[in-house]
Design a binder for this molecule. Structure first.
Ligand code: TMP
Length: 208
């Protein structure tokens, strides 16, 4: 049996990832393919507990290196217990964020050594890369104002604007460097236009 396709969706806060994860799922289902959706950090009960550790506001500082290791801890359990078995069954997996988020947030945002991130990525999922990564791109100010309008944010939603500007630039650079798997979609366009662009990007995966 063919391995299923692995699609990731990325972008700074407030770019409409959750809505478009659901849209992607409905697109894949139109082709009568089994599909699961998941998210990072999280996706399994244990990984959701790690998510809680990462996102809750607390008094004690969470050092950037610990943050990095927790993101990879969540990823490794989610891959082992959910994603890899699904792909091996031939199901498609749509994941709300993956290692590109670590490159952008912990690499560019926190300033951690990218070679350490790549070593961890290699160790945790060397043999697995996304078949397609949809980057929903919008200016940091717009994303942040959308998040603020939803109420008090979590620990990762509460960084300075400059942090999200660095993250956005890093995502755009990753898209340029990995153009074979990335598609950049302008998230400031209407939802119909955004979803048309996503549809166009997904179609070739059915032919593989
Ligand atoms: P979410 O709220 O979009 O689900 O994402 C949780 C937060 O975690 C979001 O601010 C992005 C951040 N994050 C990282 O900093 N590094 C990572 O590797 C991942 C997956 C998410």
């Amino acid at each position: 049996m063919n391995r299923g396709r692995f699609i990731t969706i990325e972008g700074i806060e407030g770019t409409g990832k959750s809505t478009n994860v659901e849209f992607l799922k409905s697109l894949v289902k139109e082709h009568e393919v089994e599909v699961i959706t998941t998210r990072e950090p999280g996706g399994t009960p244990l990984a959701e507990q790690i998510r809680e550790l990462l996102l809750v506001h607390r008094e004690e500082n969470l050092p950037p290196l610990t943050e990095l290791l927790l993101f990879f801890a969540s990823r490794s359990v989610m891959l082992k217990n959910l994603v890899i078995p699904a792909l091996e069954r031939g199901d498609w997996v749509i994941c709300d964020r993956f290692t590109d988020a670590t490159r952008a947030y912990q690499g560019a945002g926190r300033g951690l050594d990218i070679s350490v991130i790549e070593q961890l990525a290699d160790w945790v999922h060397g043999g697995l890369q996304p078949d397609l990564t949809v980057l929903l791109d919008a200016p940091a100010e717009l994303g942040i104002s959308r998040v603020k309008s939803r109420g008090q944010g979590d620990r990762m939603d509460s960084q300075e604007l400059i942090f999200y500007e660095k993250v956005r630039t890093a995502y755009l650079n990753l898209a340029k460097e990995n153009s074979e798997r990335f598609v950049v979609v302008d998230a400031t366009e209407s939802l119909v236009d955004v979803q048309n662009s996503i549809r166009e990007a997904v179609v070739p995966l059915f032919a593989l």
